[in-house]
Design a protein around this ligand. Structure first.
Ligand code: CDP
Ligand code: CDP
Length: 224
């Protein structure tokens, strides 16, 4: 039997992964996995339970009984809506701190794989193509310059009415990029067979269309 198709989209912070991946999923009628949200939830849950972000074994143990639900655009943890609570700068940093621990990453693997359901999945994160779905039929590495990514994040915050400082955002983003790229397990890196998509000068629509075109051409050539 044919494996359920996966479009894996990896890349650094604010490269547009979430926005673009959700649109690709909607267009194709596929499911969507925001793997970054899972690391954010782990950081928030640890904070709530008084578990230190450095305590690898306690984090891994906690991860085996997380009660997480994604429904209608909201994220639930133990029945509470935490959609906004996981988007703060503090939790962004916490997510990338807990994400360095191999035992935690291993404990979150099956949960991520369980999103692969018919007719297909679009998954975004840092290690979708390299670790979680290495057999994905379509692999994309989405990127943009750090300056442009910082501006995107800045605009996103302003639109939400959150006051922010562009220089601080750039600094946080570069610190997170460095931690994500330099960790020993599942570092942020382009999978050898992933298609590089530099979006500094692409609109969201252009990026979405490039992925849909590539995926179509690519699956056509695939021998299953
Ligand atoms: O998920 P990730 O952190 O990679 O990025 P995102 O939250 O999807 O995108 C960050 C912001 O950049 C959003 O406000 C998008 O609308 C915007 N964006 C853009 O302006 N141009 C693109 N080509 C892609 C995203
Ligand atoms: O939206 P943004 O790209 O800023 O962050 P995110 O995708 O929500 O991911 C938050 C953090 O979780 C990242 O900085 C990574 O450290 C971690 N992460 C990871 O290690 N592996 C993934 N597959 C996804 C996220």
């Amino acid at each position: 039997p044919c494996p359920i198709p996966v479009i894996a989209i990896d890349g650094p912070s604010a490269s547009g992964k979430g926005t673009v991946a959700q649109r690709v999923a909607t267009t194709l009628g596929y499911h969507y996995l925001d793997s970054g949200a899972i690391y954010r939830i782990a950081a928030l849950a640890a904070l709530k339970q008084g578990i230190d972000w450095q305590d690898e074994m306690a984090l891994a143990e906690m991860a085996t009984h997380l009660d997480i639900r994604f429904a209608a655009g909201e994220i639930y943890l133990n029945g509470d809506i935490i959609t906004e609570a996981v988007r703060t700068e503090d939790i962004s940093r916490g997510a990338s701190e807990v994400a360095v621990h191999p035992a935690l990453r291993a404990a979150l693997l099956d949960l991520q794989k369980s999103f692969r359901k018919a007719p297909g999945l679009v998954a975004d994160g840092r290690d979708m193509a390299t670790v979680v779905f290495p057999d994905a039929g379509t692999k994309i590495f989405l990127t943009a310059s750090a300056e442009i990514r910082a501006e995107r994040r800045y605009k996103q915050l302003m639109e939400k009415g959150i006051h922010a400082n562009l220089a601080d955002i750039l600094q946080d983003l570069q610190a997170r990029d460095a931690r994500d790229s330099q960790r020993s397990v599942a570092p942020l890196q382009k999978s050898e067979n992933a298609r590089l998509l530099e979006t500094s000068h692409l609109s969201i629509d252009q990026a979405v269309n490039a992925i849909l075109d590539y995926s179509r051409a690519n699956t056509g050539k695939q021998v299953l």
